[in-house]
Ligand binder design. Structure first.
Ligand code: SAH
Length: 360
């Protein structure tokens, strides 16, 4: 694989231009072109010879849209192909205030949570910062967005992968995506979701990027959590809560817990009571999600009615909580489902029946 030009900040692009014997101002044209989601080969305002020299060293199209699936609720699910042929996925959700894109940070994942499809084949590799950024540039352009008027207004790092297990590249991406003069998405419109890699949560608090920190909790005690999330054996809930408090102290941002409702695992009154005593009075919010059942896994979700009952218990106990609208369930909306379905299909198995390819 060649290098990824989108990894570079504007200052690094300027240095690159100087090192290639070009004038510094060329970096402006190059940067604006890349932000428009253009390939290097499509850039019209740089010379043919510079283009050729860039193409010798850098990937022309690091993230390519391979397929788009559109859900009945308008959610779009993307299957992207990387330069080395690896597949990742992304989701674009439309809301009244704008569009939220869910991006992937790794090919696969090594966290192996019991309910999640992303880790089915383990971690394949980390994405570079430019590969994370390109997912947004490509989709923004497809939806008619520009640098001045973005179509993608919000970003969540909740696609496949564990962002804090790819810390350096994720932070570089966050710096580049929030940089002034760039695509410039405000950190306040960005949420990073982690399974709770505690030391990296402390590091993130020091980066000066006031994004929304989201932690996948999914259980209210360590034993129950360890049954569904292997990472719980490394870090306790108490340690996670301390790291969240530190994040709040350093950034002033309230934190969010994701809690996927899994039949027979974490939806009883006892778990609700434990969750209330853990979180009551803290500057946090709980997002309940009904599990999107993954066909390779045994775990199942619960009914909407049961989910509302669990929500009611939390609210009665004084927690700020919401039940997230289940979006894109008919197109394999949860992490890793689309890629897993696709890999299974290419291995001769049945393609996910519900998927509704819109083609390319
Ligand atoms: N690794 C990060 C981010 C990716 S997962 C993390 O663990 O937070 C984003 C969220 O989707 C997490 O809360 C994850 O637990 C949840 N999730 C994964 N698979 C799911 C499924 N099948 N149904 C519902 N939620 C799921």
């Amino acid at each position: 694989m060649k290098e990824i030009l989108q990894d570079l900040s504007f200052a690094q692009l300027q240095e690159l231009m100087l090192s290639m014997g070009e004038q510094k101002f060329r970096a402006v044209q190059l940067y604006r072109g890349l932000l428009r989601g253009a390939r290097i080969s499509e850039l019209s305002d740089i010379s043919k010879s510079l283009k050729e020299r860039l193409l010798d060293r850098f990937e022309d199209e690091p993230v390519k849209v391979r397929e788009v699936f559109t859900s009945s609720d308008g959610t779009e699910k993307y299957l992207f192909e990387l330069s080395d042929g690896n597949l990742i996925e992304g989701v674009l959700m439309s809301y009244k205030y704008g569009k939220t894109q869910c991006v992937s940070t790794q090919v696969g994942c090594r966290m192996n949570c019991a309910f999640c499809a992303s880790g089915l084949n383990g971690l394949i590799r980390n994405l570079t910062s430019g590969e994370i950024l390109s997912q947004i540039l490509v989709i923004n352009a497809r939806h008619g967005g520009t640098i001045e008027k973005r179509a993608v207004t919000n970003v969540v790092l909740m696609g496949s992968g564990e962002p804090l297990d790819n810390y350096e590249n994720t932070v570089q991406f966050l710096k580049n995506v929030t940089a002034e003069g760039g695509i410039c998405i405000s950190a306040r419109n960005i949420s990073l979701s982690t399974c709770g890699i505690v030391p990296k949560m402390y590091d993130l608090a020091e980066e000066g990027i006031p994004l929304n920190l989201t932690v996948s909790l999914h259980a209210a005690d360590d034993a129950a959590r360890a049954r569904i999330m292997p990472v719980a054996k490394a870090y306790s809930i108490a340690e996670i809560l301390k790291a969240c408090e530190n994040y709040f102290d350093k950034t002033g941002r309230r934190y969010i817990f994701e809690y996927s409702l899994i039949e027979g695992e974490n939806t009883g009154k006892e778990q609700a009571d434990k969750l209330i005593s853990l979180l009551k009075g803290r500057p946090c919010h709980v997002n309940l999600i009904r599990l999107n059942a993954v066909k390779e896994k045994k775990l199942r979700g619960i009914s909407e009615k049961e989910a509302y009952r669990f929500l009611g218990m939390l609210e009665k106990g004084g927690l700020s909580a919401t039940l997230r609208r289940q979006i894109g369930a008919d197109i394999g909306g949860a992490c890793g489902q689309l890629r897993a379905g696709y890999l299974a299909q290419t291995q001769g198995q049945e393609k996910e029946k519900e998927a509704n390819p819109q083609g390319q």
